[in-house]
Write a protein that binds this ligand. Structure first.
Ligand SMILES: *[C@@H]1O[C@H](CO)[C@@H](O)[C@H](O)[C@H]1NC(C)=O
Ligand SMILES: *[C@@H]1O[C@H](CO)[C@@H](O)[C@H](O)[C@H]1NC(C)=O
Ligand SMILES: *[C@@H]1O[C@H](CO)[C@@H](O)[C@H](O)[C@H]1NC(C)=O
Ligand SMILES: *[C@@H]1O[C@H](CO)[C@@H](O)[C@H](O)[C@H]1NC(C)=O
Ligand SMILES: [Cu+2]
Length: 302
């Protein structure tokens, strides 16, 4: 970015069109199959197949550090569970398609999982009781400050990947229903008081065992039972070094907010993020009816 642009940003001008455009997850792709996310800007949803949690963030906006202990940080403003779950084999990569991302909004890309009850799934879950374990922190979030700050961040990789991010589901993750909390923290105003911007997005998954050649070699199962993770309202503090940075000065290093990635899990490396992923068909989402998971076979209506 030219220094003059950085100065304008640092000075807080909102003349840049990109500063107005925020985003949400449009859809996910798992092994070529598309599952719809939730569009908060007004699209009508068939809730039977939408796997993205609903929110009232109609401006596609963010949650500020002053609200890090508010339930809004869990799954965005007034986040409420999706009815459907996207089925996903252990070890699969999930392609999360954002509806664009502004270049100015540099920052880390984070992903967490929280387990739900294995019979009732995630559609009726109490979001404040969810306990989150980090499975991806886009390390290194700050990729390159040369020739000058702010340089390239994980978000620049996301933009270069057609505004998408690949999240790996651990091959040894215990099968069952999970909420995936995927989040971008934009740092373009983090040099101001309460200036960082968190964009959390939640989707329901139902993890099942991989089959055939993709099956995991026997290894210790990753069980995210009670007490393993952290409630989202305790993930971050407004004083965290990773949310009080001035990205227009040379940082050298950057401390990614939140807990560390759970032991034994390797996030999809940055070098493998830049893949094109165009869906081949619509996926069949899973609903829980009378305590049983059933495929939703209706039209998906993206
Ligand atoms: C959603 O599923 C419920 C329960 O199976 C069904 O009654 C309803 O018609 C479905 N809605 C749509 C739009 O398919
Ligand atoms: C932060 O939370 C307060 C209290 O719930 C709310 O009024 C305000 O709109 C929130 N701010 C943002 C930017 O979401
Ligand atoms: C939801 O979970 C929170 C935290 O565990 C708990 O305090 C609250 O009572 C629960 N709400 C309901 C309706 O169960
Ligand atoms: C890029 O993303 C758009 C949706 O935002 C999608 O329609 C298009 O197919 C994607 N292209 C590639 C090459 O992945
Ligand atoms: Cu924005």
């Amino acid at each position: 970015m030219p220094p003059i642009l950085a100065l304008l940003l640092a000075a807080g001008t909102s003349l840049l069109p990109s500063a107005l455009a925020h985003s949400h997850i449009n859809y996910l792709i798992i092994n070529g199959l598309l599952y719809p996310g939730f569009d908060p800007t007004g699209r009508t949803h068939n809730r039977n197949n939408t796997v993205g949690w609903s929110t009232t963030a109609a401006d596609d906006g963010f949650v500020p550090p002053s609200n890090y202990s508010s339930p809004d940080i869990i799954c965005h403003v007034n986040g409420a569970p999706a009815l459907a779950h996207a089925p996903v084999p252990q070890g699969a990569k999930i392609h999360l398609q954002w509806n664009g991302w502004p270049q100015s909004h540099h920052g880390p890309v984070l992903s967490y999982l929280a387990p739900c009850d294995s019979t009732t799934g995630c559609s009726t879950v109490n979001k404040t009781a969810l306990e989150w374990t980090k499975i991806d922190n886009s390390f290194p979030a700050l990729i390159d400050e040369t020739p000058s700050p702010p340089g390239d961040w994980a978000t620049d990789v996301l933009i270069a990947s057609n505004n998408s991010w690949q999240v790996g589901i651990p091959a040894n993750l215990a099968p069952g229903p999970y909420v995936l909390r995927h989040e971008i923290i934009a740092l373009h105003y983090a040099n101001r008081k309460d200036g960082a911007q968190n964009y959390p997005q939640c989707v329901n998954l139902w993890v099942h065992s991989a089959e055939g050649a993709a099956a995991a070699t026997p290894t210790k199962t990753l069980s995210l039972g009670a007490g393993v993770g952290t409630p989202a309202t305790r993930l971050y503090k407004a004083t965290d070094p990773g949310v009080t940075v001035d990205i227009y000065t040379k940082l050298g290093t950057y401390v990614i907010p939140g807990p560390t990635v759970v032991a034994g899990v390797t996030p999809v490396p940055l070098a493998q993020q830049r893949v094109s992923s165009v869906p081949t068909a619509d996926g069949t989402a899973l609903l829980v009816t009378a305590g049983k998971t059933v495929p939703f076979l209706g039209p998906t209506g993206r």
